[in-house]
Design a protein around this ligand. Sequence first.
Ligand code: KMH
Ligand code: ZN
Length: 274
Amino acid sequence: MDKLIITACICGAEVTKEHNAAVPYTVAEIAEEARRAYEAGAALIHLHVREDDGTPTQSAQRFAVCIDAIRAVCPDVIIQPSTGGAVGMSNDERLQPITLNPEMATLDCGTCNFGGDEIFVNTENTIIEFAEKMNARGIKPEIEVFDKGMIDMALRLHKKGYIKGPMHFDFVMGVNGGISGEPRDLLFMRESIPAGSTFTTAGVGRFQFPMVTMSMLLGGHARVGFEDNIYLSKGVLARSNGELVEKAVRIANELGRAIASPDEARDILGLARK
Ligand code: KMH
Ligand code: ZN
């Protein structure tokens, strides 16, 4: 089994300081949360950025400043900007961070209810546009799928040449509108991707640690962080993303799964070093 790549999704676009005061907004807070996650064992930072007041933004300039600040404290970590941004953003707005030519970025492969009246819109043409623009820059997509049908969409676009292999998936389990986070759900997702693909698993809320544990057992990778879950255990708020990464490392140690360094993660994911 490959070493375990731990992704820290430190900030997200929807979670706020009202949910957990440790959610980072400012450049300094984002860099500090990245540092804590990295020092605890994260090889990859899935990055959203905010204005100082917490408003989500996809501004390339804000991403550049945050990436520089993260690089200063985590020199070799893989930084994966979100192209999902926040619900309601336009495609052009969402695509801004790819102009910085990151090693990776997310590619969301379908439309999904996000609770209440929120809909995260990714039409087929949007997915193709994002994939082509990422291909042109040599950016490896992390294929974010919130439901099994989104895997099928990714496989269709792979067949048509828009998404290159080997593919790397992120199974997001437990969004209010997507697939749930029961063991059978993760087995179904894992069995639906082609041999030779890699996957990480993100469980939302109470599904975070059950899903990452199962992912570790299945040979997948693990994503933890405030974007998906703010609790260390039932009713106990995590004080930083670092605590969530530490917990994932403890579980991996118990299961005998070694932790990948950023460069080992690059080899596993086939990333072109930039
Ligand atoms: N904030 C969600 C609407 C991604 O990063 O690519 C979308 C999201 C997915 O977080
Ligand atoms: Zn995200």
